[in-house]
Design a protein around this ligand. Structure first.
Ligand code: SF4
Ligand code: SF4
Length: 478
């Protein structure tokens, strides 16, 4: 017999249970959101989580204030198309390095997910970090979970009004600081802050700071777990990377069931119960509002709040810890967990290869870029002494964090020589344009266009040298 997909006849009126073809019952596909009052919990994993959250926030808010010489250490200068990262300056031509970094990040994320599930989500994802900060603020202003529930149920009083107003004001302040800091990666933050202080902010800066303020306020203050559950694509495809040896937060059903309330110190075996006292604490601390006892769910961000909650209950009951714990499906089935497995080793190998290539590419990178362009007005000129002259423009970018002087050299044809000053000095992370004039004896040209090489050699660093190919043009029919 084949299984049938259960269907419901929507022409049946649920009130009377009879068919009425004229009347259809509308069923909504949208599950109404239940507001979560997340309970704060202490414990080992929450200490790790808090430390990681505060450290990441300090990094985000602090980095744009760091100076490197006379400019910000991290500055994505879009108008000038220059990306300053510590001592290095990168240009759009070097975007392949960013692509490389993204691939390395993806391999790292896959590796960590195969090994330890969604720890990225629980401990480091910006959405979790900012939601944690907003809930932390809420707790400080409105009080712990039970008081917050009571506050929301009661009618408006002065106490409720000031607490709600203060919470939203602090949320907006944090959101504004986040927006301004984010924009501060693209424009020097010291100037941006002074512009705000003197009420002299440019239109675009105001727009983007406003945009990210609203974005942060809504995401971390209002949407919270909804972002993880309905908007984040990673939540959807992470299951593909899980296997039975992946570390996940799990409830030990064999030990916990049957669940049930009992007095402290009571012997669960004598009562025919498992170790779960059905206190619901693991659900109350969960930032996504799920019950880990229902098994692994895609909403779980592996934050381990339920582990800390349950461990505290087990301590009080005098039971061993670990009813909810980081474990693997194989371990729960009583089988051996295999840490080193082909999938994990594959991602590790991919990560190491990409990292090695990235480091090699960085090592090979010369902190000098230049383009050579022919003078468009005149392909060539004849000099009074009968030589052919070609004029080129060099667009030179010094990608280093110190000034360099470069010597221009031309080669490729016998007798080819540079006329005038062949040196150009370019400041750290700056660009300069220089016109050069090359001369060649008319006899040396046996074709109207021949390849030549133009190079720049740093006079103070023998390793900094770049060469470009150009063409020398002249008339051979004179
Ligand atoms: S089930 Fe546990 S680990 Fe998963 S999100 Fe909820 S509290 Fe965090
Ligand atoms: S915290 Fe532990 S004991 Fe309490 S309901 Fe959750 S699993 Fe059961």
């Amino acid at each position: 017999m084949t299984d049938k997909i259960p269907v419901q006849d929507v022409t049946v009126d649920p009130a009377v249970g009879s068919h009425d073809p004229q009347q259809t019952v509308t069923q909504t596909m949208y599950a109404k959101r239940e507001h979560l009052y997340v309970r704060e919990i202490k414990g080992l994993f929450q200490r790790v989580r808090r430390t990681s959250n505060w450290a990441l926030m300090a990094l985000f808010f602090g980095l744009p204030w760091l100076q490197w010489g006379d400019r910000p250490a991290i500055w994505f200068n879009l108008p000038d198309r220059e990306f300053h990262i510590l001592g290095g300056t990168f240009y759009p031509q070097e975007f392949y390095l960013l692509g490389w970094l993204l691939i390395i990040g993806a391999f790292g994320l896959f590796l960590v997910t195969v090994f330890a599930g969604r720890v990225w989500c629980g401990y480091t994802c910006p959405q979790s970090v900012w939601t944690f900060l907003f809930i932390w603020t809420e707790h400080r202003i409105e009080g712990p979970r039970n008081r917050r529930i009571k506050l929301d149920k009661q009618s408006m009083t002065f106490d409720k009004l000031w607490r709600k107003s203060a919470k939203h004001a602090v949320w907006l302040l944090i959101a504004f600081a986040t927006g301004a800091t984010f924009v501060g990666y693209f424009t020097p933050i010291r100037e941006l802050v002074m512009d705000f202080v003197t009420l002299d902010v440019g239109g675009w800066a105001l727009f983007w700071v406003g945009f990210f303020t609203v974005f942060t306020y809504l995401n971390a203050g209002w949407l919270r777990e909804q972002v993880c559950m309905y908007m984040c694509p990673y939540a959807r495809f992470q299951a593909v990377m899980f296997d039975k040896d992946t570390l996940i937060v799990s409830y030990d059903e064999a030990r916990g069931e049957p669940r049930g309330a009992r007095k402290r110190g009571a012997d669960p075996k004598a009562l025919g119960l498992g170790d779960c006292i059905d206190c619901d604490l693991c659900v109350q601390v969960c930032p996504t509002g799920i019950d880990i006892r229902d098994g692994l769910q895609y909403e779980c961000i592996s934050c381990a709040a339920c582990i800390d909650a349950c461990d505290s209950v087990m301590d009080k009951m005098g039971y061993p810890r670990g009813l909810v714990r980081y474990t693997t499906e194989h371990a729960l089935e009583g089988r051996k967990t295999q840490v080193l497995r082909p999938r994990l080793l594959g991602y590790l190998a991919g990560l190491l290869v990409m990292l090695g290539l990235f480091v090699w590419a960085l090592g090979e990178r010369t902190p000098l870029e230049f383009e050579i362009e022919r003078d468009r007005n005149q392909l060539y000129q004849m000099t009074q002494d009968g030589r052919i002259s070609n004029i080129f423009t060099l667009n030179v970018r010094n990608l280093d964090d110190r000034e360099h002087t470069y010597e221009v050299q031309a080669s490729g044809l016998p007798g080819l020589n540079l006329v005038g000053d062949g040196r150009i000095t370019v400041g750290a992370g700056s660009t300069r344009i220089k016109a050069i004039e090359l001369h060649l004896d008319a006899d040396a040209l046996d074709r109207p266009s021949l390849p030549i090489q133009v190079s720049l050699q740093s006079v103070d660093d023998a390793d900094i040298r770049e060469e470009r190919e150009a063409r020398f043009i002249g008339d051979i029919k004179r």
